[in-house]
Design a protein around this ligand. Sequence first.
Ligand code: F3S
Length: 302
Amino acid sequence: MEIRLAKTAGFCFGVKRAVDAVYEQVEKRRKRLEAGEAHVPEIYTFGPIIHNEEVVKDLEKKGVGVLHTEEDLDRLDDGIVIIRSHGVGKQIYDKLEEKGIPYVDTTCPFVKKIHNIVKTESDNGKYIIIIGNKEHPEVKGIKGWAKDRVSVIESEEEAKAFTLENSLSEAENGNKICIVSQTTFNYNKFKYLVEILLKTRYDISVLNTICNATKERQIEASRIAAEVDAMIVIGDKHSSNTQKLFEICEKACKNTYYIQTLDDLNMNQLQLKSVEAVGITAGASTPNNIIEEVQNNVRLNF
Ligand code: F3S
């Protein structure tokens, strides 16, 4: 029995950095409490640090709270806020500073780069188009670095319907557009939507800001799935990148299973007798200990 674990399985660089930062703050707080400091502020993440129930529950047990909305932040008078890898809009930084609340910024540097591009180009008068999912927190955050002239485009229909409300003059760069992408957007779809937008008469600059971590994970998962008899994809049921990974693996290997933790793994389903090789991959928000647990269990039971 051969187990093929994807090298790209689990946390990407940006997520690992963010999760490590929260545990670091938990540890610092513990030491301060132990030292008997009179006032040790509570820790909050702005949104769940990652899409993984296990990790979020573990942090909750360690006393880390979650601020879900801007209103939650409005109500906060004391604490340390951790900004997750998805990043946030400028207004959140402004609010934190206004309220004098200390924060730890774990925005992924690849996302920060998009914030900087959007801010600069928007300040220069350009219209900003973000290719991505409107509801995704990363996209909401990116949008928060543009002035008012900004659109989010996700579908062919939206790209075809796009027209620029010409509110600025030529001299103010009013007809110029800058296109960026959500880091986890599908490259082929991004290219297709950009091609549609380039057919307009506008002066458009395109910056492909898709992060390679997602693409590399998907390519490796698809390659492994095509070479094994059964494939296991580990990740939270709400994680969109894990769902995507599952779809990709299922195309290459009919025997693909989507599990959240070891408990979901029903070994009988894996058609033990006919299985010679099992592949394992995991979404960007799956911690290493869960991947290892699954891997060890598969090894022991085959
Ligand atoms: Fe950053 Fe790419 Fe991960 S943008 S958070 S390294 S998917």
